[in-house]
Design a protein around this ligand. Structure first.
Ligand SMILES: [Zn+2]
Length: 87
């Protein structure tokens, strides 16, 4: 029984390490990783509820889209007027 618990603990530890590394490798904030301009947020209620720390974004300039780490900041006036693209 102890062997099963040790193996289960190592599997859970591996999953936790992989999750942390994958989270840290994601780009941070609303700036595009290629052209460094603000990207538009692609809203998805299910994804926002499931993983609130991450956000899907799309770059109008170069077309890059992907998942980024959500940053806490107040939107500027120009960002507040931009329409959000529903998924
Ligand atoms: Zn871009």
């Amino acid at each position: 029984m102890l062997v099963v618990l040790v193996l289960l603990a190592t599997v859970l530890l591996r999953v936790a390490i992989i999750t942390a590394v994958a989270y840290l490798l994601l780009p941070r904030g609303a700036a595009c990783p290629h052209c460094n301009i603000d990207m538009l947020a692609i809203r998805n209620r299910f994804f926002d509820l499931l993983v609130p720390a991450l956000q899907r974004r799309w770059c109008v300039e170069c077309g890059w889209n992907g998942i980024v780490r959500r940053m806490q900041r107040t939107p500027s006036r120009t960002e507040a007027r931009r329409p959000l693209i529903p998924s």
